[in-house]
Write a new protein. Structure first.
Lengths: 180, 180
DNA sequence: CGTACTGTTGAGATCCGTCAAGCACCGTGG
DNA sequence: CCACGGTGCTTGACGGATCTCAACAGTACG
């Protein structure tokens, strides 16, 4: 309903991986996915029982369709996530995530700057990007000094959207369920 | 039905990412996922029309349930894939993938060695692991000389399954849809 | 016999992680 | 009011992991 929620996997070493960040309207799946959901901000969540995947299919058609569509969107984000972590450098990777969040939260432009509130810590970003928190800090500094985007005090400000999109090769079409 | 199929995303730079490897019985999704399916071996595939996600839901219940379960399994593999790429070193990562394949293909042990045929090239492995083909080669050498597993001539031979599982912190439970 | 693809190995450069220290902020308790 | 501890952010130094470039061997195939 509102707030930010991270879906994580925790390794036996204590390391954490943020698989996905859920915003208002998104579906958070626990149970059969063996993921852990953590609130990154005060959040309101509606819980639907159904720990097994079969359980989901037994809901009335309209309900299960909403859940399955949410799952499909999530799948698409996860796939892009693999591309991001696997084949892009730290700077492009970070830029890509910030652009995805800006797009999903529908951040509007004002005076040439797109900005939105973001409750993530640098450690969270690192866990979502497969980077150390220290390196995230350096990457953010680089993006800031490059005039692309700044992330300080819980606020993301995109100064050069065009350049950032180019840098990260960001193509938001994966966020839609439509076919090509 | 048979054979090995890779689901890929291709970047504008020409770089390729292998998101998932499908074996007999698995569901390969193209269309709304914007993935490209490539046969890694001679393969027999049954094609179901339904480029959009909504299309899938309109099949008769038993059919759509099979597809959705296949998608759920795929989601679970993808999630573990993110953990693998994001938070494990190259050696552990490679070990994890080989163990996953051995598990999914149900490779049997004989004379203390688990072995199975694997049509992947080192370049394919690299694209699946977010590594360069050259580094994959070095990692395989390290695993081989460590007495864990060898992958040569299209055949994987696991000599020390126990040690490999430990090394990769491999827990196959994510390959099942059951809840914890 | 030549070409293409795959695998192998070495050398050097780059990216990124770890360790460490210090600063800023904030809520708590004295 | 101030001291204190916790958390998050910032920066530097160093080392290790991984990439890129390059060369070469082996094999399949026309």
């Amino acid at each position: 309903m509102s707030g930010w929620v991270a879906s994580c996997k925790v390794l036996n070493t204590g390391m954490r991986t943020v698989l996905d960040i859920s915003l208002a309207g998104d579906v958070v799946m626990t149970g059969w996915t063996r993921e852990v959901a953590t609130a990154l901000s005060p959040a309101v969540v509606v819980e639907l029982p159904g720990p097994t995947f079969e359980g989901l299919l037994s809901y009335p058609q309209p309900i299960s369709e909403i859940i399955l569509k949410g799952m499909a969107r999530r799948y698409a984000r996860l796939a892009e996530h693999v591309v991001n972590i696997g084949r892009r450098g730290a700077v492009e990777r970070t830029a890509h995530l910030l652009l995805e969040l800006a797009h999903r939260i529908n951040a509007r432009e004002k005076d040439g700057v797109v900005s939105f509130a973001c409750p993530l810590t640098q450690a969270d970003l690192g866990d979502a990007l497969g980077l150390s928190a220290v390196h995230v800090n350096r990457v953010l500094k680089e993006l800031r000094e490059g005039g692309f985007v700044s992330f300080r005090g819980g606020v993301v400000e995109i100064y050069d959207r065009r350049g950032l999109v180019e840098l990260a090769s960001f193509d938001p079409s994966y966020l839609e369920l439509r076919s090509v």
